[in-house]
Write a protein that binds this ligand. Sequence first.
Ligand SMILES: Nc1nc2c(ncn2[C@@H]2O[C@H](COP(=O)(O)OP(=O)(O)OP(=O)(O)O)[C@@H](O)[C@H]2O)c(=O)[nH]1
Length: 598
Amino acid sequence: MKNIRNFCIIAHIDHGKSTLADRLLEYTNTVTQRELQSQTLDDMDLEKERGITIKSHAIQMDYEYKGEKFILNLIDTPGHVDFSYEVSRSIAACEGALLIVDAAQSIQAQTISNLYLALENDLTIIPILNKIDLPSANPEEVTDEIMNLIGCEYEDVLRVSGKTGEGVHHLLEQIVERIPAPVGDPNAPLQALIFDSVYNPFRGIEAYFKVVNGSISKNEKIKFFATGKEYGADEVGTLKLKQVPKKTVECGDVGYLVSGIKDAREVKVGDTITSFEKPAAGPIEGFEEVKPMVFAGIYPIDSEDFEELRFSLEKLRLNDASLVFEPESSAALGFGFRCGFLGMLHMEIVQERLDREFNMNVITTVPNVSYFGYSKKEPEVPILINNPSEMMDPSIMDRVEEPFIKASIITKSDFVGSVMTLCIEKRGEIVNQSYLTSERVELIFNMPLAEVVFDFYDRLKSISKGYASFDYHPIGFRASKLVKMDILINGDMVDALSSLIHDSNAYHIGKKMCEKLRELIPRQQFDIAVQAALGTKVIARETIKALRKDVTAKCYGGDISRKRKLLEKQKEGKKKMKQIGRVEVPQSAFMAVLKLND
Ligand SMILES: Nc1nc2c(ncn2[C@@H]2O[C@H](COP(=O)(O)OP(=O)(O)OP(=O)(O)O)[C@@H](O)[C@H]2O)c(=O)[nH]1
């Protein structure tokens, strides 16, 4: 055990985590140059396209230092706030963290939030200035910032280039020198922390774990604490580029388990594996059920596809335990599902996978957060509301609570004014403002999560010309003055377009919403009224003027094939339309709220 080093890499997006990880694998001969495709650790197709690590993995390297053999386990962490619980469990499995800071970009919001997670878990931090080969690198100033942030000495900050490999040999030595070996009792009952799981279509769910105490052996009977389920350990082993089956994974080491589990929900990140015969007294601390933060309705365009959509979602859930869904019906859209996601990125991934892997043609409604409604009746019982159209009647309601977050934004001092204006418009309250250097400021706000879901990132990016980074974590529910706004199209209420908005914004948002829908709903052969209403009170109205659209009008004469082509094209366009009363409404209209400021 004294020759094991478990560590992770924490960094802001694009600061070079994957590139540096590749170099570590290359310099320890874990992979050859040829095996190193562009980026070894990101192996899902989707991940490659987005260039971000969606699911954490682990990889083991053999390294010889001063004539002694060491095992280095690199545990990869996802780089997006949607997956912050997974990050926290990966960090909990390590004794050390490489804190990577881009020498040109300096410290960003995610650097700081992940650093705090690492410090909470008592990890040894190795600060690294990365991308020192860049002409725009600013090593002295950024080193100063790092020293201020973590209170270390100038010499402690390593200088590395993941691209050229400069400094990487020294980094490997420092991993062995500075990061402590795991502590644990090899003779105690088994406690292994699950920090990730992946789905394998042939072998079922594979759990990735770190053995905190005891050891885990092939064919041993094991038990999971959180779910209480028992299994046989069909196969255990360590993780090189491929899995390496072993008889036993020893105390302190990182490994994988295959036990024929078919459903991802049975292997929960943060749960503890113990021995069935000789169970540990309790689980490792820190387990939490992950809760979805964002909800949206997913409806088949063709209502006959409802069962197929259910089947596809069930299939997706087998390898994505954080996806939740239940059937719901909408007067406007028919039968579909209310789905819960960890965040907006997670929602996009699910949408994309439904489309790519299952060829499902679906309409997704405007995402919303979940609320707690309290009725005036005693005793007070909170009612969970995951869909604005389920909001209780204002006459019986005492109050609504919505989730709040603590948001950290790092930007240049020039943009402080506009960032503040944006955050205050988004109902944020400033909590703190501190200067990292004379040029760069960290702003902390308490804000409603709902406001971040709607076009916050994009606006932050544009007002700061890209010089702002953003991260957040939830801080609980708070009461807000929220009202339910309904949208009527030709007098028909479209429940899928209802939203909960703050009282003070209602008129403004109602007006914008109607204007946006007027743009998005194609003109049809009759006038269409679009109205926004609070209860029975209409607060805004727009009219979409009638138009007679004959796509073939242009094709005079007898060019039948061209005519057919145009009609085909029109049909294609209709695929993404939903009939509301007499009006055809495109998918984009259901997401109109997200684009009010375009
Ligand atoms: N010049 C230079 N570029 C680098 C270096 N390391 C990484 N890059 C580039 O920086 C970009 C981001 O690198 P990645 O390794 O994908 O960054 P990452 O932190 O893993 O990104 P996420 O997975 O999105 O968090 C890529 O275009 C790399 O080629 C370096 O040392 N020098």
